[in-house]
Design a protein around this ligand. Structure first.
Ligand SMILES: C[S@@+](CC[C@H](N)C(=O)[O-])C[C@H]1O[C@@H](n2cnc3c(N)ncnc32)[C@H](O)[C@@H]1O
Length: 685
């Protein structure tokens, strides 16, 4: 083995070797003592020919360095393009302070990501967090992430949703969804059209109850009425049903499925260096079974003509091609691998392997199961081996995509895209005993009931979620809301729900019709963790003739149905004034706002309203809707600090109140806020 390699964490200083270390660098280095070396790892992947021999040293050296910071820009069209301008022209210029001896890092769009909406920097996440020169850049990333307008996601993890080819009408299942960065991307793709509420939806599932709440947090940032978070083992995921217009029910089959399975994670060594210490060849062998079971269930739940993306952040063929091959064999004639070589031009990758040895944990490599030593035959299974040479062309395993870290300075990743060609036959053509058992336990493709194992579990589980109670035709609070906001008759109030059966309703949430249908049809049969975007919030203010104000979260979905009388067009300078005075005590007096505002609110009764800001000048008009409050003498908007920071940035207002330097003592309170936000960032990928 070569000499011990301790990676330098602060390699933002690397781009100028003579650079002096600036003052005020936070010295916390959680991973700094990890020796990024594992002899067996290198031996294993060298033997497997994971890349060309002459590239192997570059491959390993790259894995020992930290990952560059990347993010995606998300949100509605106008906001996206405004933010894109800021990222492109101003982010590094204005958000990185000049420090002698420190070059400003480069930022560039990730070449294969559509429309320049994903960006990579020459520095790492830790550089950004620890170096004072980057505090504004860090503030930008934290506040825009919290606001839901950027997503700090590893570049390779952005690939699976792009390969799913999502349309707004698709029924989508994310089988292993937490913490939810890909779920968020799926939701964005679902909402890509102009429709305020798309007809499709995302069912986001994870087996880990705590991690399901990370999913809820992710989904909340995107304010979608089209998502439900559920909590099941996806290898035995219950069938969901929907109610048809004639009252009968039908099993839900999904148009798109993301199967981003649990894996050994050795593709994330750059981000999670502790994996260097834990890596053994046994990790892949132990995960192959659960990965296969989850993928198998996904194929059962997929619509004919539908697409399923199987992905891992592992380099190991035992978790990748081997699982894909096994499933293609089991479902012969039913599935094909899709050729995605032209979908993301500019993406560099290696084609999937068509041949691999299977290794014991002790790195004894076998070409066929017959050679396997008796003692390993419980961990090494016959189905883990590659196809025979003469069968290779049947499976097209070379259509799988393996991204190696040195190919474009990223993490490593594996993706395979399946298309379902026909319904499953009564019995798959080739089944081993393990498969037979699983399939006998799980009800078959076209049966409308839950897997047996699941029924047992349900009895044991104590469901602790508050109930999901949808409005009925005669919901008492609805009349007041409808008449106060002049809600159009085309709005279906039955898509509103609360989380209590009795007592005062506090928050009212909105789901799409399709999600409502699913929740009601499957009540008691699925462990539903969360659904619905907050649309109205109780606000018992004696000056308002309605007990509920409009919430910002659901405003984009509900906006088209609100009557014009409670809408106020707000000019830029007035909006900036409101944003700069964002506490109820400091709400700007109406008398001090522009004539345009005074005229509009003259006849507006006190209470909740929608403020609309339009900027027509740019090529992609920016339209922003904000929940506002017309007081007896003042006007204000409901915004949390991150959204206020975001809007001021978009409008070119003064952001200094929010852009605090956490390295300065005076700003310690703000620093704590930033730290808290960072803690939350830990919830994301
Ligand atoms: C690789 S992570 C998923 C990352 C996620 N797709 C994202 O982009 O943020 C794998 C997830 O699978 C979950 N998981 C593990 N076994 C599972 C199972 N049998 N059913 C469902 N989820 C499972 C884990 O809790 C973990 O959250």
């Amino acid at each position: 083995m070569g000499r011990k390699h301790r990676t330098r964490r602060n390699h933002h200083f690397n781009h100028n070797k003579d650079a002096q270390k600036p003052d005020n660098v936070d010295t916390r280095k959680p991973y700094s003592d990890i020796i990024r070396e594992n002899e067996k790892f290198e031996q294993y992947y060298k033997h497997l020919n994971i890349c060309k021999e002459e590239e192997f040293n570059t491959f390993v050296s790259c894995l020992k360095t930290d990952l560059p910071a990347t993010f995606r820009i998300t949100g509605s069209k106008g906001v996206v393009y405004k933010l894109l301008e800021i990222v492109q022209d101003q982010l590094i210029r204005d958000c990185v302070n000049e420090v002698e001896g420190l070059e400003k890092p480069k930022i560039f769009p990730i070449p294969w990501y559509p429309n320049k909406l994903a960006w990579q920097m020459e520095i790492t996440r830790n550089d950004i967090r620890r170096c004072e020169a980057y505090y504004k850049l860090h503030n930008f990333l934290v506040s825009e992430t919290e606001n839901g307008t950027i997503s700090r996601q590893e570049s390779v993890s952005m690939i699976p949703p792009l390969l799913l080819d999502v349309q707004p009408h698709h029924k989508i299942l994310d089988m292993c969804a937490a913490p939810g960065s890909k779920t968020a991307q799926l939701l964005e793709l679902l909402h890509a059209s102009e429709e305020p509420i798309p007809s499709g939806y995302v069912i986001a599932n994870d087996v880990d109850n705590k991690r399901c709440y990370m999913l809820v947090h992710q989904a909340k940032r995107l304010n979608s009425p089209c998502i439900a978070v559920i909590n099941h083992d996806s290898s035995i995921l219950p069938n969901l049903s929907m109610t048809l217009p004639d009252g009968s029910t039908e099993q839900v089959k999904y148009d798109r499925i993301l199967c981003d399975v649990p894996c050994s994670g050795d593709g994330t060594l750059r981000k999670n260096p502790d994996i260097w210490m834990k890596w053994t060849a046994a990790n892949g062998l132990n995960l192959h079974g659960v990965q296969t079971r989850i993928l198998r269930r996904g194929i059962e739940l997929l619509n004919v003509g539908g697409r399923l993306v199987y992905s891992t952040c592992s380099l190991n063929p035992i978790e990748n091609e081997s699982v894909v091959h096994r499933i293609l064999t089991e479902f012969e004639g039913v599935l094909e691998l899709v050729d995605v070589s032209n979908v993301l031009p500019g993406l560099k990758y290696s084609p999937g392997m068509e041949d691999w040895p299977v290794s014991s944990r002790n790195l004894e490599f076998y070409k066929t199961f017959d050679e396997v030593d008796e003692k390993w035959r419980t961990t090494i299974r016959p189905q883990m081996f590659p196809p025979k040479v003469e069968d290779r062309s049947k499976y097209n395993l070379n259509r799988c995509v393996r991204i190696l870290p040195h190919q474009q300075n990223s993490g490593a990743f594996f993706v395979a895209v399946f298309r379902k060609l026909k319904t499953l036959p009564e019995k798959p053509s080739s089944l081993d005993s393990e498969n037979k058992e699983t399939l006998d336990n799980n009800k078959r493709d076209n049966e409308d009931s839950r897997p047996q194992g699941q029924r047992k579990r349900r009895k044991k589980d104590a469901y602790t979620e508050d109930p999901f109670v949808f409005f009925t035709e005669n919901e008492p609070v609805w009349n007041d809301i409808k008449s106060f906001y002049q809600v159009s008759d085309s709005f279906d109030s039955k898509c509103l729900l609360t989380r209590c059966h009795v007592g005062k309703k506090k928050n009212i949430y909105l789901t799409s019709e399709a999600v409502r249908n699913l929740v009601i049809t499957n009540q008691g049969a699925v462990k539903l963790i969360n659904t619905g975007v907050k649309a109205f919030v109780r606000c018992d203010n004696k000056n308002m003739k309605c007990a509920f104000r409009i919430a910002n979260d659901g405003l984009e979905s509900i906006y088209p149905y609100i009557g014009n009388d409670r809408k106020v067009m707000i000019p830029r300078d007035d909006l900036i004034t409101l944003l700069m005075n964002d506490t109820p005590q400091k709400s700007p007096p109406i008398a001090e706002l522009s004539e345009s505002i005074r005229n509009q609110v003259d006849n507006l009764s006190p209470g909740s309203c929608v403020l609309i800001y339009k900027e027509e000048t740019s090529t992609n008009p920016l339209v922003i809707h904000i929940s506002g409050w017309r007081g007896t003498t003042s006007l204000r908007c409901y915004m949390d600090r991150h959204s206020t920071f975001h809007l001021l940035r978009l409008l070119g207002g003064d952001v200094s109140k929010y852009d605090k330097n956490k390295f300065k003592k005076d700003d310690s309170e703000e620093a704590r806020n930033v730290e808290e936000a960072e803690e939350e960032e830990g919830l994301k990928e």
